[in-house]
Design a protein around this ligand. Structure first.
Ligand SMILES: Cc1ncc(COP(=O)(O)O)c(C=O)c1O
Length: 426
C-alpha cells in the first residue's frame, strides 16, 4: 500500500499505515485509505481539504449526523465524572437509565437488557442465551439454529456460523464453523414448504431462529415482506423455538419504524441492537430478552446463571451517548425525516432503472439500493465516487445509500445524482 499524495505529508499516516491491519481489505492490493481529519453533519473532511458528503453514515451508525452537540455534551459530562467502571458488582446511572429506556421502547415483554460492545458480540450473547435457555431446562440437544441465506450477523465465530455460508463474506470458512441450518427465507410456497419441513424434522435439535427483520443488510441489502416475520413467529411458537431478531442494522428508524419488528407487529424473544444505539459515537450493543427467556435463568442454582461479561460492557461513556441519542429520537422528527429520505431516494434513484447494467432499484426507509449485474472493479468505483465528492462504498454487486436521518435535501440530491452519473459512465 503506497500512501496517496497529500496523506504522506502527515507522519501519523505514513508511520502508522505500515502497522495497521484494515477491515475487509486485501492489504497488498487495496487502495490506500483516505485520511480523515474531521467530521461534521453529513460531511467527512479529508486532510487535503476535500469535503465528502457521506452516503453511508459510518456503517449505518451516525443516524443524527456526525458530532451532534447534544451527544458530545453528554459524553463530555460523563468523561469528567466517570468514563468507565466495571459492571460486575457495580452499576451506574447511565446504564440503568438506558436499560429502562430501552425496555420501555421495546414491544411486548422484551425487558431484560444485556450490554456488550459490538453487534457481533450481541449476537453471540443472544445465541448463548438461547442455547442455555434449553440447557437450564434439562435439554442438552437443542443447540442448533435456523438462519437464512443472504443473512449476515457479524464476524465472530458464532455469528459467522449463522451467516450465509456460500454467498457471504465468510465462505472461506465453510465446513470449519459450527453447523446450523441456513435456508431460504420462507417467502413463497416452495421456500415456505421447505422451511416447515425442516422444522418438522429437526425441531428437537433446534434452539431458535435468527433473522435480520425486513432487510438483510451486509448480505446484499435484500428486503422481505413483514408477512415473512409473522410466519417465523408462528413457526417458532408452533415448534417452541426462540425467535431472535438481529436489529443491529434495522433498529432505530432505518427501515421507517423505530424497530423493524413494529412494521410486522411481531415480537421476538430476543432482540439484538448496536450500530445507531449511540448515534455513531461509541461502541455499544444490547441483547434484550423477554421475561420467558430471563425466567429460565432465574434460579437458586448458580450454574443456571448467564456466564458472560465483556470487560467494557455498559461502558458509562457509551451509555451516556446512547441516552443522549434516545433524547434526539424523542425531540427530533427522525421517523418523519426517514419518510422524506425514502421519497428522496425513490425520486433520485429512479433514473438508474434505465441504465443497462442495473438489475434493480429498491428503497426501504432510509436505505436506497441500486443493484447491478456485477461490479468488476469495486475499488475503482469507490474511488470514482470520492472524485465526485461523495463517500459511497459499494459492495458485491450493489451501490447503496444509508445516509444520516438529518441529511439535507440538497446533500441527498447530490448523492443520488452522483450515483446516476457514475453508473451511467460504467
Ligand atoms: C445485522 C448485523 N448484525 C451484526 C453485525 C455485526 O456488528 P459489529 O460489526 O458491530 O460486530 C452487523 C454489522 O454490520 C449487522 O449488520
Amino acid at each position: 500500500m503506497a500512501a496517496e499524495k497529500g496523506a504522506g505529508e502527515h507522519t501519523w499516516y505514513e508511520g502508522g499505515l505500515a502497522h495497521v491491519w484494515l477491515p475487509y481489505a486485501q492489504m497488498k492490493t487495496a487502495r490506500p485509505p483516505l485520511p480523515v481529519v474531521r467530521t461534521h453533519g453529513c460531511r467527512i473532511l479529508l486532510d487535503d481539504g476535500r469535503e465528502l458528503i457521506d452516503g453511508i453514515a459510518s456503517w449505518w451508525t451516525a443516524c443524527h449526523g456526525y458530532n451532534h452537540p447534544h451527544i458530545r455534551q453528554a459524553v463530555e459530562r460523563q468523561v469528567a465524572s466517570m468514563p468507565h467502571v466495571m459492571f460486575g458488582g457495580l452499576v451506574h446511572e447511565q446504564a440503568l437509565t438506558l436499560a429502562r429506556r430501552l425496555a420501555e421502547l421495546m414491544p411486548g415483554d422484551l425487558t431484560r437488557v444485556f450490554f456488550s460492545d459490538s453487534g457481533s458480540v450481541a449476537v453471540e450473547v443472544a445465541m448463548k442465551m438461547a442455547v442455555q435457555f434449553w440447557l437450564n431446562q434439562g435439554m442438552r440437544g437443542r443447540k442448533t439454529f435456523v438462519a437464512f441465506r443472504h443473512g449476515y450477523h457479524g464476524d465472530t465465530t458464532g455469528a459467522m456460523a449463522v451467516g450465509d455460508p456460500d454467498g457471504g463474506m465468510h465462505a472461506l470458512f465453510h465446513g470449519l464453523l459450527p453447523e446450523h441450518y441456513v435456508v431460504d427465507l420462507p417467502q413463497d410456497e416452495e421456500s415456505s414448504a421447505a422451511f416447515s419441513h425442516l422444522l418438522e424434522r429437526h425441531s428437537g435439535e433446534l434452539a431458535g431462529i435468527i433473522v435480520e427483520p425486513l432487510v438483510q443488510g451486509a448480505g446484499g441489502m435484500r428486503f422481505h415482506d413483514a408477512s415473512v416475520l409473522r410466519l417465523l413467529r408462528q413457526a417458532a411458537d408452533r415448534y417452541q423455538l426462540l425467535l431472535i431478531f438481529d436489529e443491529i442494522f434495522t433498529g432505530f428508524g432505518r427501515t421507517g419504524s423505530l424497530f423493524a419488528c413494529e412494521e410486522a407487529s411481531v415480537v421476538p424473544d430476543i432482540m439484538c441492537l448496536s450500530k445507531a444505539l449511540t448515534g455513531g459515537t461509541l461502541p455499544l450493543a444490547a441483547t434484550i430478552a423477554n421475561e420467558r427467556v430471563f425466567d429460565a435463568f432465574w434460579s437458586d442454582d448458580p450454574a443456571h446463571a448467564l456466564m458472560h461479561g465483556p470487560t467494557y460492557m455498559a461502558n458509562a461513556l457509551a451509555c451516556a451517548a446512547a441516552n443522549a441519542s434516545l433524547d434526539l429520537f424523542e425531540w427530533e422528527p427522525r421517523l418523519q425525516q426517514v419518510a422524506n429520505i425514502a421519497r428522496g431516494l425513490e425520486r433520485g434513484l429512479a433514473r438508474c432503472r434505465e441504465l443497462p447494467r442495473v438489475k434493480d432499484v429498491r428503497v426501504k426507509g432510509a436505505i436506497g439500493v441500486v443493484e447491478l449485474d456485477r461490479i468488476d472493479d469495486l475499488d475503482g468505483l469507490r474511488a470514482r465516487f470520492v472524485e465526485e465528492g461523495v463517500f459511497i462504498r459499494p459492495f458485491g454487486s450493489i451501490v447503496y445509500l444509508t445516509p444520516a436521518f438529518a441529511i439535507g435535501d440538497d446533500e441527498l440530491g447530490k448523492l443520488t445524482r452522483t450515483i446516476g452519473k457514475v453508473l451511467h459512465s460504467l
